[in-house]
Design a protein around this ligand. Structure first.
Ligand SMILES: Nc1nc2c(ncn2[C@@H]2O[C@H](COP(=O)(O)OP(=O)(O)O)[C@@H](O)[C@H]2O)c(=O)[nH]1
Ligand SMILES: [Mg+2]
Length: 398
């Protein structure tokens, strides 16, 4: 047990949660909170000219290819005039909306926004794949007028780079700067203050500004929406990997209290006299969530293999954690029983200091501490595995 295992704990948050309640009612509240957290709605509108790469962006942002059965259709001539929702599979309340193309001859931004029911969306992503145009300006202006937020994305950067590479004077940074400048000036002309433009290639998201885009959206979202976006997003950069870990860490003490606080089944410990009272299903579902959010599930590994050129076997070879196999009840019970007694004791003692009544729970502080440690270590392991998988995928073959 290292001291750093405690650093993730927001003691004030725990004290605050328990300040006006006895433990059973606090546990009830924590249960509601966790359930609601996963049900938060988030609606993201993706708009831009036809052919700008909206549908491709939607697939990439959902971590799927362009040819899955529920992918947004790409590369086709857009005829549709309706907006269509693409929910995340594991978080169906988080939806990306494919909006009809803008910039058609009679395009009117205000009518367009009414037609796509603009109130629904938490924010808009405007995608341009070429120069900044009048239709972008009109739309951005109108979105702001409706008191909504937009993020301006310039897509297909890879195509610009490879076209310019043919020139003798090729300089990547200069091209990126010029593209950015064109869009920024366009936005400034309509009065946007300090506009930010995100350069992206949907064919290679980790390059360029994707990370910055994701981080900016996250910071600007209300707290309760941040968490679900963070979990839903595919794990595509080392920075996102780290932020996912931080988001999940915050829930560990809540889950431990919940698991130890509800009518739980006794699990005998190897060293006899004591038994734990733990709701194992809470752990099974949380650990499965870790897998999914770190994109370590078979479908995500396959997709990473397709895009990186590394075989699934090569990617799996760098997953070293003891739990990099299937998650089930038996395996969780084994982990709980295998927790070091000394470490559990240290954690229990630490928490007894500010969770009044913990010792009096039927299951007691021992169960709480064991679940806490099991989740904490599993999260550390899986985040590390995911980190290694990303690094392996990025490595160029020798
Ligand atoms: N090179 C490159 N092509 C892209 C990118 N994004 C989309 N495309 C291609 O641009 C075309 C139009 O994309 P699509 O997503 O269907 O555009 P939409 O009409 O806005 O939905 C397709 O052939 C895509 O493969 C990108 O980032 N880089
Ligand atoms: Mg489309």
């Amino acid at each position: 047990m290292d001291f750093e295992d405690f650093e993730i704990i927001d003691v004030d948050e725990i004290k605050e949660a328990l300040a006006h309640e006895d433990l059973p009612s606090a546990v009830g509240k924590i249960k509601d909170y966790l359930e609601q957290q996963d049900r938060v709605e988030l609606n993201i509108a993706i708009t831009g000219e036809s052919g700008s790469g909206k549908s491709t962006f939607i697939n990439a942002f959902r971590g799927i290819g362009d040819e899955n059965e529920d992918s947004a259709e790409t590369g086709v001539v857009e005829t549709t005039k309706v907006h269509k929702a693409y929910p995340y599979k594991k978080y169906p309340n988080v939806k990306l909306w494919d909006l009809p193309g803008i910039g058609t001859p009679n395009f009117k931004a205000d009518e367009y926004l009414q037609r796509v029911e603009f109130q629904r969306y938490d924010f808009f992503i405007i995608i341009a794949s070429d120069r900044f145009r009048e239709c972008h300006a009109h739309l951005a202006e109108e979105i702001v007028k409706m008191h909504k937020r937009f993020y301006f994305v310039r897509s297909k950067i890879d195509a610009n780079i490879s076209a310019e590479k043919r020139k003798k004077t090729f300089n990547e940074q200069r091209i990126l700067d010029a593209i950015r400048k064109d869009c920024i000036e366009g936005l400034e002309r309509i009065g946007v203050k300090s506009p930010v433009v995100f350069l992206i290639s949907c064919f290679d998201l980790p390059l360029y500004d994707f990370n910055h885009l994701e981080e900016t959206i996250e910071v600007e979202l209300p707290q309760h929406k941040r968490h679900v976006l963070m979990l839903a997003l595919p794990n595509i950069t080392l920075e996102i990997n780290e932020r996912k870990k931080k988001a999940l860490e915050k829930n560990i003490w809540k889950l431990a209290l919940l698991s130890a606080g509800v009518a739980a089944v006794p699990i005998p410990l190897l060293n006899a006299a004591l038994s734990l009272h733990v709701d194992v299903s809470i752990l099974v579902s949380e650990l499965s969530k870790y897998y999914d959010t770190f994109s370590l599930d078979p479908a995500s590994l396959q997709r990473l293999s397709d895009t990186s050129g590394k075989s699934v076997k090569e990617l799996k070879a760098v997953m070293k954690s003891p739990i990099s196999k299937e998650i089930n009840k038996e395996m969780v019970i084994k982990m709980l029983a295998g927790c070091s007694f000394v470490a559990v004791d240290t954690v229990a003692e630490y928490f007894l200091g500010f969770i009044p009544g913990l010792g009096s729970l039927a299951s007691g502080s021992l169960s709480f501490a064991t679940v806490y440690l099991t989740l904490k270590h599993s999260l550390d392991w899986l985040a590390k595995d995911a980190h290694n998988v990303l690094v392996a995928a990025l490595e160029t073959p020798v």
